[in-house]
Design a binder for this molecule. Structure first.
Ligand code: ATP
Length: 212
């Protein structure tokens, strides 16, 4: 069933490592099942359309227009640098509008602020046609307004597009308005629990205490 899962925990507790295992950048022990597929049988889960991953930091080393970067979210339909169709660009423009970044479409991505760049990555991610989205601290560089907006966007992906969204975050206050699950990887026995105001409060108190 599509769900939103907030993954929380102290720095260094293994949140990003979990995503690196899910994306097969790291070997893992045990068994991971993704949309009915044993992850071991997938060589490159993102390229095969099983998931889409937004890492914490991605550096682009060459000037590129924002619209051109966003449209690459359609790479599985075309290949990264092939010609995209007018429909692809319409989808890219709609994705930029959805994250409130239409005004950035013609700008050079490399000259944008960290927060603006993050909005562009979110627009690109939303074009990737995968049932599972992994986002590593997507609101880290955003101001309070856009942080709220990004959490609303992730909730809409679940409710309207039936995605499952796993989101690593330290932003517990913004979780209060959401429904889904909470996974605290700093707990001695991490487990999924329903995302309620009480669960967020108790987890916040736990995380505010010393990690050792
Ligand atoms: N390739 C690696 N080899 C050995 N240790 C690693 C490797 N990658 C990460 N680690 C260590 O594993 C631990 C967990 O790292 P991870 O990046 O998963 O933490 P995190 O929970 O995402 O933290 P943060 O909230 O700071 O982003 C850290 O102590 C890190 O130094």
């Amino acid at each position: 069933m599509p769900s939103f899962v907030a993954i929380v925990g102290h720095n260094g507790c293994g949140k990003t490592t979990l995503f690196r295992a899910l994306t097969k950048q790291l070997p893992y022990e045990g068994h991971i099942q993704l949309a009915g597929h044993d992850l071991r049988t997938a060589r490159r889960p993102a390229a095969e359309g099983l998931l889409a991953y937004l890492p914490q930091r991605t550096i682009v080393g060459f000037p590129i227009r924002v619209r051109e970067l966003v449209v690459m979210g359609r790479y599985r339909q075309h290949g990264f640098f092939s010609a995209y169709s007018p429909l692809d660009y319409q989808l890219a423009d709609a994705a930029l509008a959805r994250v409130g970044a239409t005004h950035l479409a013609e700008q050079d991505f490399t000259l944008l602020s960290g927060g603006e760049q993050q909005l562009v990555w979110l627009a690109q991610l939303s074009l990737q046609d995968a049932p599972l989205y992994l986002l590593d601290e997507p609101t880290q560089q955003l101001d309070v307004y856009y942080r709220r907006r990004v959490f609303d966007l992730m909730q809409a992906w679940v409710e309207e597009q039936h995605k499952t969204v796993l989101c690593i975050t330290h932003d517990l206050d913004n979780l209060l308005a959401l429904s889904g699950y909470l996974l605290n990887l700093s707990a001695s026995q991490p487990r999924l629990e329903p995302l309620t105001a009480d669960a967020v409060r108790i987890t916040k108190e736990f995380l505010e205490a010393s990690p050792v």
